[in-house]
Every structure is written in C-alpha cells, then in structure tokens.
Design a binder for this molecule. Structure first.
Ligand code: FES
Length: 173
C-alpha cells in the first residue's frame, strides 16, 4: 500500500516535469515566432524608404537653351534601387536658371498633397490646381494650404549638361 502510493506520487511528479518542460518549449517557440514576425514587420516599415533611394546622378539633358527666370519642366530617367533591384523610372522637375547663373530644380509635386502644379507665366508663379496653393519662382509658399516651400533636387552642372542628384525635402511640416 505504502509502495503503491509512493509510486503514484513519483508518476505524478514525472507528469508535472513533462508538462512544465512542454510548456517551456511551447513558450519558447511562440516567443521566437513572435520575434521573427516583429523583426520582419519592423524592417519592412523602417527599412522600406531607405531601400528606394536614388542610386546615382541622373542626366537631365542640355540646358543651353534655358532662359533666365523662366521655369521649364523637364523629364529625365532616374535609376533607383528597389530592394536589391536597380530600375530606371521617368521623373520630372521644374528647372529655373537664376540670374547668377545657378540652376534650381524643383520637385514637380505640390508640398500639400502631391498634385502636379504648373507655371503661370502671366502671374509669374507656380499654381496648384488641387487646393489652390501658390508658390513663387523661388519655390516659396505665397498662398496655402501648402505647408512648406517646394522640394528640390540636388543639382550639378558639367558645362551645359545638367545632372540631378538626391532629392531634398524643404524644411517645414
Ligand atoms: S495638393 Fe496642391 S494645394 Fe493641395
């Protein structure tokens, strides 16, 4: 009788050890799966913008015909890294030759919600048709709701050849 109850106690203890071991394995596996999912979601959310960066300067063409103070819209091919794959895509910019001979290249998208704006020669300003934002020839906001000046490309000139580099977001919201 005494031996039988002692054997029952030992069996129960063995069962408890097995259950706690299995519980530990399940807890560890669940934690690992959770960590793997969190890491992949985090790298997608945080890493995505960095993976879509311009990889090099884009040839925006010969600008010898550009007249000072008169913006002109140009299109060019830009090479981008998308994850591990490089691909070319068409981009555009509004470029303006300043009086000192330097070039400014604006992003073609309004800084409010990204509509394409146009140059209005009579009023000498850029006008966005979507919600009425107005920008000066230097890209400053004349009328909202645009929260900040026009964004710009980095530029470099090689003779009369214009090269557009990384995109710079203007300061503001
Ligand atoms: S997108 Fe240009 S004013 Fe709203």
């Amino acid at each position: 009788m005494l031996l039988e109850s002692r054997s029952n106690i030992l069996q129960e203890q063995g069962g408890l050890k097995r259950r706690s071991f299995l519980g530990g394995v399940i807890y560890t596996l669940t934690s690992l799966i959770g960590a793997a999912i969190a890491a992949s979601v985090g790298s997608y959310v945080l890493g995505a913008p960095r993976q879509r960066e311009e990889t090099e300067w884009a040839d925006a063409g010969n600008i010898s015909g550009l007249r000072a103070g008169i913006p002109q819209q140009i299109t060019f091919e830009q090479s981008r890294m998308d994850a591990w794959k490089a691909r070319n895509e068409k981009s555009s910019a509004w470029i303006i030759l300043n009086n000192q001979g330097s070039i400014t290249a604006f992003s073609p998208l309004c800084t409010h919600l990204g509509c394409a704006y146009r140059w209005e020669a009579e009023r000498r300003l850029f006008a966005c048709p979507c919600h009425g934002s107005l920008f000066s020839a230097t890209g400053d906001v004349i009328a909202g709701p645009a929260p900040r000046p026009l964004d710009r490309y980095t530029v470099k000139l090689e003779g009369s050849r214009l090269w557009l580099g990384p995109f710079r977001k203007s300061p503001g919201v």
